[in-house]
Design a protein around this ligand. Structure first.
Ligand code: IMP
Length: 181
């Protein structure tokens, strides 16, 4: 497939929005900044599944110091629209008390997922919490969530790729693709 082609997933067409190279450049910059901030602190990266697993795996490899990674599965999406409820499907097994936490999201859309999850994390008395997202849709924001590091702000249009899916397809695309309206 040529990089400029559009792709079809079910009923939707997608066109390229952000290249693999542009993503990697941003990941490296944020990885360096996190390395400086967390030197010697053994932070715990927490990747929100499923979407953030690709971003998290690149981000921890751009982090040049000791760190740990954990995963939590939350879900609030069905198809292309947020369904409203946020539920913890699979929790973290680690003790978070006095840990430096780096929460890794694929995309902050309404902010509901992160808002809910941050409340949960704060109740575990960590030493600090920092949030990192690959994408953010500022126009879609409904919940005021602190996001410390953002690779890209994008329009309020549905995207797939780099871990993000449309009904479970598209996660394996190396770049980000935007729906053609
Ligand atoms: P929020 O709770 O509304 O901020 O939505 C966050 C979650 O919804 C993300 O972690 C994604 O799993 C999903 N999501 C939001 N926007 C998109 C999109 O454009 N494409 C694919 N998934 C999305």
């Amino acid at each position: 497939m040529k990089k400029s082609d559009s792709i079809q997933i079910h009923d939707l067409s997608f066109v390229p929005l952000i290249s693999e190279e542009a993503i990697q450049a941003q990941v490296n910059i944020i990885g360096q900044q996190l390395t400086e901030r967390y030197q010697g602190k053994n932070p715990l990266f927490i990747s929100i599944l499923s979407g953030a697993f690709v971003f998290a795996s690149d981000l921890i490899r751009a982090f040049d110091s000791h760190c740990e990674i954990g995963f939590v599965k939350l879900s609030s999406y069905a198809g292309t629209r947020s369904s409203g409820d946020v539920q913890t499907v699979m929790g973290l097994s680690k003790d978070l008390r006095d840990r430096h936490l780096i929460v890794v999201e694929d995309i902050v859309d309404t902010g509901r997922t992160l808002h809910f999850f941050l409340e949960h994390l704060r109740s575990q008395n960590p030493a600090s919490i920092c949030t990192v997202t690959c994408l953010r849709k500022p126009e879609a924001a409904q919940f005021p969530v602190p996001v410390d590091f953002v690779c890209f702000d994008i329009e309020d249009k549905f995207v797939v790729g780099y871990g993000l899916d449309y009904d479970d397809l598209g996660r394996n695309l190396a770049g980000i693709w935007q729906v053609l309206e």
